[in-house]
Design a protein around this ligand. Sequence first.
Ligand SMILES: [Zn+2]
Length: 284
Amino acid sequence: MPELPEVEIVRQGLQSCTLALPMAGGVVAHPRSIAHPPDPDRFLAGLVGSHLKCWERRGKYLLGHLVRGGRPAGVWVVHLRMTGQLLWLSQSEPVTSHTRVRLFFPDGQELRFVDQRTFGQMWWVPPDLALSAVIPTLGHLGPEPLGEDCTPAYLAAHLGTRQRPLKTALLDQTLIAGLGNIYADEALFCSRLHPQRPCHSLHPWEWTQLHAAIRRVLTDSLAAGGSTLSHFRHVRGMQGHYKVQAWVYGRTGQPCRQCATPIQRLRLAGRSSHFCPRCQPSVE
Ligand SMILES: [Zn+2]
């Protein structure tokens, strides 16, 4: 599933391709991809004839701000979920079987939403509605891990009082937005913390270490173009290359890059956690 770096790479690509170009038409090939409005024709009517002023990212959500006739025309929100891809293509490119939504731009270009598993979602939020009124989870997201609000003190105050395992807390989008399985595992390795450590057991300096590690792995992944495990692509089709430098994620049985101990995997809250049993001891 795309996480913060992958969604940010898509945002940057959208920002480079789609701005200021009037949308001339579109096709919804699979209504399940449209979460709001319930009628796909109303979704298309909200977008067609307007143009994009800018793309923002909040957690794993993409927010395209629309303008029509010089006035705000609502927000086009996209969540890629498991396998969603937004691809900037020529309209003459063959339409594959997993194409769910197409938006046509000038000069024969289009933004194509390809989504094998069909969990990805799009919303058009009209200008008179708050985003959180249509997408309540957007109103409950925690701070951005690369933003100024997410400090070691924030982590200590909002995660540090909880009994639950660190890994589970890092995946909770209401506590910190945009982390998923890859970067939670990577950040825990870089801060030498075991994924099952209860949050309340951390010392103040360990929150500082974890905070720095989260920023480091996200920044490293952005520089590598994100992680392509299977479906993630830049809007122009390129893959991300972070996985070749990953510390622990997807490396079960391979030697730790710090100490050569084989990387282990455990199940935690239904998800795999990858860790080095020597670099990340389970108790202090
Ligand atoms: Zn190790």
